[in-house]
Design a protein around this ligand. Structure first.
Ligand code: ADP
Length: 490
């Protein structure tokens, strides 16, 4: 087993990995940018090394500085978390070259899945169902011919894409020239590669993904699915497991395909196979060759610690279970709590957290890297925490999440908490009847956000706090904050 692991990431995911290290008796090493000097993850780690200025390009994305810190600290392995260098084949190769174990798949598997056009070709060969679409587009003429063949609407996507960047829906041929050019130029500026391809655009799909685990001895298993269709600008906001549309037969079939996808690139470690699902048909979308943000909902249903399993696999240990031994129970939901303003087009809202109390109680898990007095900087994403609940069945999980959102107090920065509550209250969400278009088709959510913000100022825990003299000081802060809120609302 490793003695020392460097975590090449920050925030909640760095803490998540360090927790696994602590339980395994492994020394954890943080690397931090100037902006993160006082961040919780840098203090939590057993050792911490500065790696440069705040902009990620000069710190968390600098392969050289991270490898340098790993050598200085004597770490024998690196966990990349998600984002940053986690799906960078060059980084995995650099670790391999230095004799430091990269806790993830081999660099070849990352490279094979990193280019979506290449991955589609590989999957076609492996007999995996694909969204009707094309290879790399040579230009407008080919795009025209292909779009007519596929049938409008079509979606233009970046071959090197990620994070929903550079996707363009095209409803009709007249819009094709502009959309193609726009997609190519945003692909060039975001990924340094203007290559794009085309897929049939499905109107009301579900995003359903399967967690897979593979060891070095050819054992590959899946740990059921996650439904991630509540998205804004192709970014996930609320995830649940199982999927409300899943049946045991469909799960068995899709799970088997997910395992086949992993095997086709000799995949080792944890990965996620993403599918798009509509009208009883499912299609491969991509494979994420890393730990997902939303891995926690799979953990609470399966009892499997995915990060510890990643570490064990990387250390050369076999998976301790076969497919038929994996048992999942109950229902799990995750809400991504972000510092952003739901009433201002979700603009990021950096600032200092002046009051903080996270929810707790049965079935509640909060993964976060923040605390009272913590300053959310504008340099990185606006994730404050991942609020995860487990219930015996879906209704119980929803009630528990509503209760946890009610308990959550975050003062000083604007958060999307009222927005998450509004989605949870929506009839269609409660019925499990939603697609990736949920937010576009539920403009009423914004009115609900206003109502929930107003209600919070009148009732709930705040009112209780005001009646208690010992928390008068906190109440005053809450009052001031809510007054600000009311002013914003009026
Ligand atoms: P990225 O890697 O940029 O996240 P994905 O291919 O994983 O891109 O797609 C992200 C999201 O975009 C999906 O979850 C889905 O909501 C939407 N999407 C992708 N492909 C299609 C498609 N062919 N039709 C409809 N929606 C799609």
């Amino acid at each position: 087993m490793f003695k020392k692991i460097l975590i090449a990431n920050r925030g909640e995911i760095a803490v998540r990995v360090m927790r696994a290290c602590r339980e395994l008796g492994i020394v954890s090493v943080a690397v931090y940018s100037e902006a993160d000097k006082h961040s919780f993850f840098a203090l939590y780690a057993d050792e911490a090394y500065p790696i440069g200025p705040a902009p990620a390009r000069e710190s968390y994305l600098s392969i050289e500085r991270i490898i340098d810190a790993a050598k200085k600290s004597g770490a024998d392995a690196i966990h990349p978390g998600y984002g940053f260098l986690s799906e960078n084949a060059e980084f995995a190769r650099a670790c391999e070259a230095e004799g430091i174990t990269f806790i993830g798949p081999r660099s070849e598997s990352i490279a094979a899945m990193g280019n979506k056009v290449g991955a589609r070709a590989l999957m076609a060969k492996a007999g995996v169902p694909l969204v009707p679409g094309t290879g790399a587009l040579s230009g407008l003429e080919e795009a025209r011919v292909q779009a007519r063949h596929i049938g409008y609407p079509v979606l233009i996507k970046a071959a090197a894409g990620g994070g929903g960047i550079g996707m363009q829906v095209v409803e009709q041929e007249d819009d094709l020239p502009w959309a193609l050019e726009h997609a190519q130029s945003s692909a060039r500026s975001a990924f340094g590669d203007p290559t794009v391809y085309m897929e049939k655009y499905l109107r009301h799909p579900h995003h359903i993904e399967f967690q897979v685990l593979a060891d070095r001895f050819g054992n590959t298993v899946h740990i059921d699915e996650r439904e991630c269709s509540i998205q804004r600008r192709h970014q996930k906001l609320i995830e649940e497991s199982p999927s409300p549309v899943m049946s045991p037969d469909l799960r068995a079939e899709m799970g088997e395909i997910a395992v086949r996808v992993a095997r086709s690139v000799d995949y080792v470690n944890a990965g996620t196979v993403e599918f798009i699902y509509a009208d009883g048909e499912y299609y491969f979308l991509e494979m994420n060759t890393r730990l997902q943000v939303e891995h926690g909902i799979t953990e609470v249903r399966s009892g499997i610690d995915l990060v510890k399993t990643q570490i064990r696999i990387a250390a050369g240990l076999p998976l301790p279970y076969r497919q038929e031994q994996i048992q999942l129970t109950g229902w799990a939901i995750e809400c991504r709590v972000n510092a952003e303003d739901p009433l201002a087009n979700f603009a990021p809202s950096p600032g200092t957290i002046k009051g903080y109390r996270s929810p707790g109680g049965i079935g509640v898990r909060v993964d976060s890297g923040v605390h009272m007095g913590y300053t959310i900087t504008p340099y990185y994403d606006s994730l404050i925490s991942k609020l995860i609940v487990w219930g015996r069945w879906r209704d119980e999980a929803i009630e528990r999440m509503s209760r946890a959102l009610f308990e959550y107090v975050i003062l000083g920065v604007t958060t999307n908490l009222p927005f998450l509550k509004a989605v949870l209250e929506s009839k269609d969400f409660r019925r499990g009847d939603y697609s990736t278009r949920f937010l576009e088709e539920h403009p009423c959510v914004e009115d609900d956000v206003r109502r929930i913000m107003a209600e919070r100022s009148l009732s709930g825990i705040f009112a209780g706090m005001k009646n208690n003299r010992r928390v008068a000081a906190i109440s005053a802060a809450v009052d001031a904050y809510l007054t600000e809120d009311r002013e914003r609302l009026s």
